[in-house]
Design a protein around this ligand. Structure first.
Ligand code: ADP
Ligand code: ZN
Length: 647
C-alpha cells in the first residue's frame, strides 16, 4: 500500500476549517470509501498504461497462431506477451491484456496453454482471485478507516465521539475548596490584591452597574511551594465559588489541536457553573513566548492562541476569573500579559521571619504541641524555606512524636525534622548559613546605602534578604519618584556606583568576593558599555557611537559596528568607568562604615526593611541634631508599582 496516500489525506484534514469537523463515524466512513474509490481508479489507470488493451479475439488469434510466449491469468484479466515482443530487450517489451470472460474455465485454459508450450504464470483460481480482491479492498478500507477515525477523533472538540480532547484532561473541579485566607499564612500583599477579585465574584453587579471592567485574570508569580495553589483555592473558598484547576503541562499534547480543544473544553465547563475560578498551574508550559528559533511548535502555539481567545471571549459579567501560576514569568508570551488578560501580577514571595512563624502556626493548629515548643526559634532557623517546606517539617515532627510514642510534639521533634527536611543530607541552596546571610545582608545594604547617600539616585523602597523567586538571595528595590524617560550622565554614573555597591561592601567588610554579585556586575558592565557605545558619554570617542540597535521591538540587542581597534578602545573605557564606580562606592561605604554595620545588623534581624526605615538610619547619622522620628525628606513611594529596579 502506498504510504504517501495517508499522509496526503492527513494534511488535507489539518487544513480543513474547524467548522467542518466530522460529526460522526459516518463521515469518516464516507470519506474513507471515497478515498478508496479514487485510489483504485488511479491505480487501475496507472497499471493499465503499462499494457496494451486488446480484444479477446486478438488473444485467441495469437494463441491459435502459436504466437504466445507468456501468459498470466489474473482474477479479472489475462495478461500475455507475444513471441514478437518477447524477442525485444526486456525494457521495451510491451505486454497486452484482455478481459477475462466471466464463467470461462481458467484451469482448462491454463492447461491448454501449458500443453502448447506457453509459459503460464500462476494460474489463479476464481475463488482465490475473489479472496485476493476482498483482502485488497478490505485492508485498504480498514487502514484508511483507522486513520480517518484518529483524525476525526482528535478534531472533535465537543467530544461528540468521546475524542481524545476530553478523556485524558486532568481537570479537577471542586465545588467548595474549603480553604480560606485564614489557611494562608503571611502573603499579605498577595491577599490584598486578591480581595477585590473575591468581592467581584460575590457581587459582579456592583461592578458592572458602574461600568467597571474587572481583570479577567491574575498571574501568581513565585517559587514552587510558596502557596500559589493554596492562594487560588482560598480565593475560591472565600468567594464560595467552584474551583477548576488544570496544569499547563496537561495542555501540551503530541497531536496538533488537542491542547486547544482541552482549553475550549475547560472554559465551556467553567461557563456552565459560573461564577467560578479557573486555575492554571505552571502556565509557562503553554504560555512560553512564541518564537521561531527552535523550529515552530505549532501545537503549543495553537494551544496558546486558543487560551488567549478564550480569555478574550468570556463575558466578564459572567464571573469567571482566571488565575494562573508560574515561577518563570520572564519566559511568558507578551500577548498573555497585555491588559485584559493576565494583566495583574501578584508576587508570592518566600516568607520572611514573621511569615514563616505564621505558616508554622497555621500548620500546627491541629497538632498537639507540648509546653516547650518555641515556634519562633524554628522560624528563625528556616530562613529561605517556603510554605510547603514548613508544612512538611511540621508533619515530620508529628510523625516522629508518634514513632516515639509521645502524645504531643515537642521542640526536639521540630528541630530534628528541620534537620532532615530542610537542612537535609544535602543542604538546599535556598537555606542560607549564618555567614551567607551576613554576606547577603551587607551586600544588599551596600547597594542601598550608596543609593541613599547619592544625590542622583532613585530612592530605595525595600531591602530584603529573603531569597527571591528569580534566584537572587536578596534584593534592594528602588522606586523612581516619577516616571523618567531621560537620564543624565551623572545619574547613570550613580547607577553604576549603586550596582557595584554590593561588591564594594563585601570586599570592604569581609575582604571576599562572592558569586552573588554576578548579576549586578553584568548589568553594570552593560550599562557602562551602552554609555560608551550608544549614548556618546565616552571620554575618548566623544559622541561617536560604535554600536547600533538593530531590532528595537524584538530583543533590542545592539551590534558593534566599528573597527576592531575601536572596539578594544571601548572595552578599555568600559573598564575604566567600572573601576571608577567601584572605587567611589568603596570610598563612600568606608566613610559611612558604622552606618553600614548598623543597617546590616538591623536587616539581619528583620530580614525585610522598608525604605523609610533605611532613611531613618541615614538621616539620624547625617543630622544627629534632629529629633528622632523626623520624617525623612526623600520619602520613597511606598506601594509597589510596575517597573521597580531590583538588585
Ligand atoms: P505552589 O502552588 O506555590 O507550588 P502550593 O500552594 O501547592 O505551592 O503549596 C503547597 C503546600 O504548602 C500547601 O498545600 C500548604 O500546605 C503549604 N503552604 C505553602 N504556602 C503556605 C502559606 N503561605 N501558608 C500556609 N501553608 C502554606
Ligand atoms: Zn547585588
Amino acid at each position: 500500500m502506498d504510504p504517501n496516500r495517508n499522509d496526503q489525506n492527513r494534511n488535507q484534514n489539518n487544513n480543513e476549517p474547524e467548522k467542518d469537523k466530522p460529526k460522526n463515524i459516518w463521515t469518516a466512513l464516507i470519506i474513507t470509501l471515497a478515498l478508496v474509490l479514487i485510489f483504485s481508479w488511479i491505480f487501475n489507470a496507472v497499471s493499465n498504461s503499462q499494457y496494451t488493451e486488446t480484444t479477446y479475439s486478438d488473444f485467441l488469434d495469437a494463441k491459435d497462431a502459436g504466437n504466445l510466449a507468456e501468459v498470466e491469468i489474473r482474477y479479472d484479466r489475462i495478461v500475455y506477451l507475444t513471441k514478437d515482443e518477447a524477442k525485444k530487450p526486456a525494457q521495451s517489451q510491451k505486454a497486452c491484456y484482455t478481459g477475462l470472460r466471466s464463467g470461462s474455465d481458467v484451469m482448462e485454459l491454463a492447461a491448454e496453454l501449458h500443453a502448447m508450450g506457453v509459459t503460464v504464470n500462476e494460474p489463479i483460481t476464481e475463488d482465490n482471485s475473489f479472496i485476493m480482491m476482498i483482502l485488497y479492498y478490505g485492508i485498504t478500507i480498514a487502514v484508511l478507516f483507522f486513520f480517518m477515525r484518529m483524525l476525526t477523533k482528535r478534531m472533535s472538540a465537543d467530544g461528540a465521539m468521546g475524542g481524545f480532547g476530553k478523556s485524558k484532561a486532568k481537570m479537577y473541579m471542586e465545588k467548595q475548596t474549603g480553604v480560606t485566607f485564614k489557611d494562608v499564612a503571611g502573603q499579605d500583599e498577595a491577599k490584598e490584591s486578591l480581595v477585590e477579585i473575591i468581592d467581584f465574584l460575590h457581587n459582579p453587579k456592583k461592578y458592572t452597574d458602574i461600568g467597571a471592567k474587572l481583570p479577567k485574570g491574575a498571574l501568581l508569580v513565585g517559587s514552587p511551594g510558596t502557596g500559589k495553589t493554596l492562594l487560588a483555592k482560598a480565593v475560591a473558598g472565600e468567594a464560595g465559588v467552584p474551583f477548576f484547576s488544570i496544569s499547563g503541562s496537561d495542555f501540551v499534547e503530541m497531536f496538533v489541536g488537542m491542547g486547544a480543544s482541552r482549553v475550549r473544553d475547560l472554559f465551556q465547563q467553567a461557563a456552565k457553573v459560573a461564577p467560578c475560578i479557573i486555575f492554571i498551574d505552571e502556565i509557562d508550559a503553554v504560555g512560553r513566548a512564541r518564537d521561531n528559533r527552535f523550529g515552530n511548535n505549532s501545537e503549543q502555539e495553537q494551544t496558546l492562541n486558543q487560551l488567549l481567545s478564550e480569555i478574550d471571549g468570556f463575558e466578564p459579567s459572567k464571573g469567571i476569573v482566571c488565575l494562573a501560576a508560574t515561577n518563570r514569568p520572564e519566559i511568558l508570551d507578551k500577548a498573555l500579559l497585555r491588559p485584559g488578560r493576565f494583566d495583574r501580577r501578584i508576587i508570592v514571595d518566600r516568607p520572611n521571619l514573621q511569615g514563616r512563624l505564621d505558616t508554622l502556626k497555621v500548620h500546627t493548629r491541629k497538632i498537639k504541641l507540648s509546653e516547650d515548643v518555641d515556634l519562633r526559634k524554628i522560624a528563625q532557623a528556616t530562613a529561605g524555606a517556603v510554605g510547603a517546606d514548613l508544612a512538611n517539617l511540621v508533619n515530620e515532627a508529628a510523625l516522629r512524636a508518634v514513632r516515639l510514642g509521645r502524645k504531643a510534639v515537642n521542640q526536639e521533634d521540630l528541630m530534628v525534622s528541620f534537620e532532615t527536611v530542610i537542612a537535609g543530607t544535602e543542604k538546599k541552596n535556598t537555606v542560607l548559613t549564618d555567614m551567607e546571610k551576613r554576606l547577603v545582608a551587607y551586600h544588599e545594604v551596600g547597594h542601598a546605602l550608596v543609593a541613599a547617600l547619592e544625590k542622583h539616585a532613585q530612592p530605595v523602597s525595600k531591602i530584603t534578604i529573603v531569597p527571591h523567586t528569580s534566584g537572587a538571595l536578596g534584593y534592594t528595590m528602588q522606586m523612581p519618584e516619577e516616571e523618567k524617560f531621560l537620564n543624565t550622565a551623572e545619574e547613570l554614573i550613580t547607577e553604576l556606583r549603586t550596582l557595584v555597591g554590593g561588591r564594594a561592601a563585601e570586599q570592604l567588610v569581609f575582604g571576599v568576593q562572592t558569586t552573588g554579585a554576578s548579576n549586578d556586575l553584568q548589568r553594570a558592565t552593560g550599562l557602562a558599555r551602552n554609555m560608551v557605545t550608544q549614548y556618546g558619554m565616552s571620554k575618548e570617542l566623544g559622541i561617536m557611537t560604535t554600536a547600533s540597535v538593530q531590532n528595537a521591538y524584538l530583543d533590542g540587542q545592539a551590534y558593534m559596528d566599528c573597527a576592531q581597534t575601536t572596539a578594544a578602545q571601548v572595552d578599555g573605557e568600559v573598564k575604566a568607568l567600572l573601576d571608577q564606580a567601584l572605587a567611589d562606592a568603596s570610598r563612600l561605604l568606608r566613610e559611612h562604615r558604622s552606618l553600614l554595620d548598623e543597617v546590616s545588623e538591623y536587616l539581619l534581624v528583620k530580614e525585610t526593611i522598608t525604605g523609610d526605615e533605611l532613611m531613618a538610619y541615614v538621616n539620624a547619622e547625617n543630622a544627629p541634631k534632629l529629633e528622632a522620628g523626623t520624617e525623612p525628606e526623600n520619602e520613597p513611594t511606598a506601594e509597589q508599582t510596575e517597573g521597580p529596579s531590583e538588585r
